[in-house]
Design a protein around this ligand. Structure first.
Ligand code: B4P
Length: 195
């Protein structure tokens, strides 16, 4: 597929542990800056809803707190980015990359990223938030056992992504221990530097 449509569009990766507040900040960013929001978690859950065999496999992995195959996520992202390119000034890619190979492959096949926003919260805080959300979310992964596995996946596979972008001077970190509005102030400082 031809990626020319994506030229000159800002690309922001939003990375954080499970329950760190990525989705929450992305909603605010969309309201203020108008970027196109693509959450890989949401895209995967939509695929699961479609009740295909592929969906079943994805659901099983998510229930285990594991990453789904890289190709699946990349295809979903590329498809949605191209589809929405016309009216978009840039993309917020929420929940991606979750491992170093995802980062490399995206930049090689789709486009280079401009900024990585790291939404940082500690494990205890993230666990508390997810257990709270689990009371009403109906998500297969918002339970104590899966949360532990998701945290492990985050530390083992996603932290190296942050190191990678730190070295490239593209990392901006916000303190997501704070209430959402306070976090968003820090987010704005990082994004305002970008334009
Ligand atoms: P995601 O859907 O990304 O799940 P998540 O990490 O929990 O983030 P989410 O955006 O839902 O929650 P948020 O932190 O905003 O991924 C789910 C699964 O999909 C993964 O485990 C994996 O299996 C798969 N997957 C996704 N992307 C993949 C990829 N690229 N490659 C491979 N596999 C992939 O918020 C959590 C809660 O905290 C909310 O209830 C919110 O209200 C609350 N909250 C947020 N900010 C707060 C604050 N500042 N103060 C108090 N509460 C706050």
């Amino acid at each position: 597929p031809n990626m020319d449509k994506l030229k000159n569009k800002k690309i922001i990766f939003v990375v954080g542990g499970p329950g760190s507040g990525k989705g929450t900040q992305c909603e605010r960013i969309v309201q203020k800056y108008g970027y196109t929001h693509l959450s890989t978690g949401d895209l995967l859950r939509e695929t699961v809803q479609s009740k295909s065999e592929r969906g079943e496999q994805l659901n099983a992995l998510m229930k285990e707190g594991k990453l789904v195959p890289m190709e699946v996520v990349l295809d979903l992202l590329r498809e949605n980015m191209l589809e929405k390119a016309e009216n978009s000034k840039g993309y917020l890619i929420d929940g991606y990359p979750r491992e170093v190979p995802q980062a490399r492959k995206f930049e090689e096949m789709i486009a280079p990223c401009d900024l990585v926003l790291y939404v940082r919260a500690n494990d205890e805080t993230m666990t508390k938030r997810l257990l709270h959300r689990g009371q009403t979310s109906g998500r297969v992964d918002d339970n104590e056992e899966t949360i532990k596995k998701r945290l492990k996946t985050f530390h083992d596979q996603t932290i190296p992504v942050l190191d990678l972008y730190e070295r490239k001077n593209k990392l901006a970190e916000v303190n997501s221990e704070l209430p959402p509005d306070e976090v968003f102030k820090e987010v704005q400082e990082a994004l305002d530097k970008l334009v």
